[in-house]
Design a protein around this ligand. Structure first.
Ligand code: BES
Ligand code: ZN
Length: 626
């Protein structure tokens, strides 16, 4: 479906979206929602049978000097409140809580004990019968969702930059909320920033105005989102059109490179719609982030955030864009009910991502990606230990910080399960199932058990053909997990066999290799190589020169594990520049595990740790704690 993106864009939405909005706007919403009792989310104080936030109005000042957001949030609930309301908060200063349009003398609040990564529960009492509340508050400079960058940490070095990263449970450090993926709300926001800066949000822009040396930018959403998809960024941003439904935002210094790298995004969007149905979010804009952004990409609705490490100059890393785009269906429409069901978001999204890759670049290329995914899965399982509960698809995260157990398991084991199912029922039947699943559960949150129940009704007898319970509730990967064949994979296996037999003169054999083939080769080499082999490997793949992080990082890991001194300055330079978790984790692990380089790991973290986002810092700290 092509969507008109003129000024009145929000008036033109897909029929099923407007159907949802009609439900939202009436009391019938609760009746029409599936009557399913979720088990409570262990990461939120929201109780499944209590009123839900339906709409939030934010009015916030971004104070770059003090590195805080300050202002108020107004909440509308889907039904009158009981005596008490509980909201998730962390690192927030609450200034006042008041009723709107009612006698407010009875409203009181307390902040509960600090429960670490869960934060402090805000309990508001004396609210019986109210359905609108206002909270005055400010964030803390340490808010785990927000990173405030000094001008030196940006591409242009002249203006500060700030951004949010709310997934999984950091939205509560930006505003008090029901910080669970099971509750969806719409919002509107007015943000005040220094005049020289531009604000972007994962929402529709309603324009901006200047007032007393400040710019006020307004936004609103019309489709409801869970708290983890709330997102904003502010900095010296410009934009370039990529197509009728997408543009890229970046600092002026990087905008042209970003524009070139992402030029295919419109074609990708058309292709994804062909596979999964109409794109309901109207726009698919991209935000090119500063290098400290801790993820490859984040699927914030209408505005995907992307690491600058995707700018390889050859469009070789756009599978991350395909992944974030795929979340527009799997994740942003159909959402995991709790972070214990995270594989529902990520396993389905990796599946959808590789279907996009297959449609755009062919099956051989998609299978190459799958094999690289399998290598990453094996590394995660080896790190956790094969019997670790965190190698299960359904995890028990009571008392566990979701960030602390982030790994390839929900992504790649989830993907393998879906491919296993696709292979027994056939592609056509699986496609029908996928579309029905998305249609049935759009704008809802789902547990693994609910998915399984649905799957059994749609794909009759599936549980007899695939040991679904083993896949979901047992650790490790079943022996008969799907395997992938591709000429591109065979070429790599061929060269690897030659390498193992002592051949080093392999330039001709690898001359036309794609980036993904090089990744496959490098990620599967033993980490410990002789100095001579390190040097041969470097010249074979021109590793010292490469700007492509997917190739550079496995190389730097090999160099660290092998105590290969000539690459140490490159390791230091890289860790001083890039804060993406996917690269920090293996590199710090490699340095930490080698007794020769363990001290270097501590030294580099002492030197550069402050530059990383709090999520990146915490990931490295866990590694250095042994
Ligand atoms: N939603 C995730 C990022 C995320 C997950 C943030 C959990 C916070 C908590 C995003 O869609 C993602 O999966 N990003 C991947 C890239 C992808 C191609 C596998 C990443 O950042 O590496
Ligand atoms: Zn994802």
């Amino acid at each position: 479906m092509k969507v008109n993106t003129s000024l009145a864009e929000e008036e033109i939405v897909h029929p099923s979206a407007s159907f949802w909005m009609r439900i939202c706007s009436t009391q019938r919403r609760t009746e029409l929602l599936r009557v399913t009792m979720y088990k409570n989310d262990p990461h939120s104080c929201w109780q499944t049978d209590s009123p839900r936030i339906e709409h939030i109005t934010l009015d916030l000042d971004a104070d770059f000097e003090r590195q805080i957001l300050k202002g108020h949030a107004e909440y509308r609930f889907d039904r009158p409140l009981d005596d008490e309301l509980k909201l998730d908060t962390r690192q927030l200063n609450i200034h006042s809580v008041s009723a709107i349009g009612a006698a407010e003398c009875g409203v009181r609040y307390t902040l509960g004990e600090d429960a670490g990564f869960l934060g402090r529960v805000l309990t508001v009492s004396g609210v019986r019968g109210l359905s609108v509340l206002r909270i005055e508050y400010s964030t803390s400079p340490d808010a785990s969702a927000l990173q405030w960058l000094k001008p030196e940490q940006t591409a242009g070095k002249k203006y500060p930059f700030m951004f949010s990263q709310c997934q999984a449970i950091h939205a509560r450090t930006v505003f008090p909320c029901q910080d669970t993926p099971a509750v969806r709300f719409t919002y509107e926001a007015a943000l005040r920033v220094p005049e020289s800066l531009t604000v972007v949000m994962a929402a529709e822009s309603l324009g901006s105005q200047r007032e007393h040396g400040k710019t006020i930018c307004k936004f609103r959403t019309s489709l409801p989102i869970p708290s983890y998809l709330f997102a904003l960024a502010a900095g010296n941003l410009v934009s370039e059109e990529l197509g009728s439904r997408s543009r890229v935002y970046a600092e002026p210094e990087t905008i042209q490179a970003a524009k070139w790298e992402y030029a295919e995004v419109d074609r990708m969007l058309d292709c994804a719609e062909g596979l999964f149905g109409a794109y309901l979010w109207n726009r698919f804009d991209l935000l090119h982030m500063p290098p400290s952004f801790p993820y490859g990409g984040m699927e914030n609705p209408r505005l995907t955030f992307l690491t600058p490490t995707l700018i390889a100059g050859d469009r070789s890393l756009v599978s991350v864009v395909a992944h974030e785009l795929a979340h527009s269906w799997t994740g942003n429409l159909v959402t995991n009910a709790t972070w214990q069901d995270f594989w529902l978001n990520e396993g389905f999204t990796v599946y959808a991502e590789r279907r996009i890759i297959e449609a755009m670049y062919g099956e051989e290329m998609a299978n190459l990606h799958s094999v690289n995914g399998r290598t990453a899965l094996n590394v995660s399982i080896a790190d956790f230990g094969e019997n670790s509960p965190f190698t299960k698809l359904k995890t028990d995260l009571n008392g566990v910080d979701p960030d602390a157990v982030f790994s390839s398991v929900p992504y790649e084991k989830g993907y393998l399960l879906l491919v296993a199912i696709e292979r027994v029922v056939g592609r056509a039947e699986f496609d029908r199932f996928l579309k029905a699943y998305i249609h049935e559960f759009s704008f809802q949150s789902l547990t693994t058990e609910e998915l399984m129940q649905y799957m059994k009704t749609q794909l009759k007898g599936i549980e007899k053909k695939i040991p679904l319970n083993d896949w979901i509730y047992k650790s490790g990967v079943p022996q008969d997990a799907p395997q992938f064949r591709s000429r591109l994979i065979d070429e790599v296996a061929d060269v690897r066999a030659k390498w193992d037999n002592g051949a080093r003169d392999l330039q001709t054999a690898i001359k036309n290799w794609s980036v993904q083939q090089k990744v496959l080769f490098l990620e599967n080499l033993p980490r410990l190589l002789s100095t001579e082999d390190c040097s041969k490997l470097d010249s074979l793949f021109e590793l010292s020169k490469t700007r492509n992080c997917e190739i550079k990082v496995p190389w730097l890991c090999i160099a660290a594990a092998s105590s290969y001194q000539p690459a140490f300055s490159a390791i230091s330079e890289f860790l001083g520049e890039v804060g993406r978790g996917k690269y920090l984790r293996p590199l710090f692990k490699a340095l930490f595990r080698n007794p020769d380089t363990r001290q270097l790991a501590f030294d580099l973290f002492a030197k550069f740790g402050e530059r990383y986002h709090s999520v990146g810092q915490a990931a490295v700290q866990r590694i250095l704690a042994g």
